[in-house]
Design a protein. Structure first.
Length: 174
């Protein structure tokens, strides 16, 4: 993943922090999951900086709003998806992230707890093409013993980020 290494080196002194999320973060925590892109969580206030960086790396955006951006490049290069969030939320997630090495790139990897929250949030939106992947990731994270979440804490998270119905579905599997 040379592009992730290039990005991590470029942003090192540019005040453009990011957190690795998505499939690569799931893999980082020992859960084998195929993924076809690199997902990064970034500050919304850095949106223009990220856009300019990815243009310099010969990426083109096919979607870019104030929540999400999708960038694609030539064949053989990992697609990159950016999820934008406000600065306060980003700082909490960044501070709780784990420093990790992904193919020679030193990056902040989202904590398992925050990854679970992102998965719950994604499941709340119920995109049929994503549900199975996000649900499997969530159940795998909970079963992998990476996070100690009580049933009552899980219920609270489901109420806050998803639905109570999802909580009842999850507890039948973990």
């Amino acid at each position: 993943m040379e592009v992730l290494r290039s990005i991590s080196l470029y942003v090192e002194d540019k005040d453009m922090p990011f957190v690795l999320i998505g499939g690569h973060a799931v893999n980082y925590y020992g859960i084998s999951r195929q993924t076809g892109d690199i997902d990064l969580l970034v500050r919304l206030s850095d949106k223009d900086k990220w856009h300019n960086l990815l243009l310099k790396l010969n990426y083109k955006d096919s979607q870019n709003d104030n929540v999400f951006a999708r960038y694609r490049a030539e064949l053989g290069t990992w697609p990159i998806d950016l999820m934008y969030i406000d600065n306060n939320t980003f700082e909490k997630i960044y501070d709780d992230a784990k420093k990790g090495n992904i193919d020679l790139a030193e990056v902040q990897v989202i904590s398992p707890e925050h990854l679970i929250m992102l998965k719950l949030h994604a499941l709340k939106r119920f995109l049929p093409e994503r549900f199975s992947k996000d649900y499997t990731d969530l159940i795998s994270l909970l079963k992998a013993d990476k996070v100690k979440i009580s049933k009552s804490e899980l219920q609270e998270l489901c109420i806050k980020y998803a639905t109570l119905e999802l909580y009842y579905k999850i507890i039948t599997e973990v």
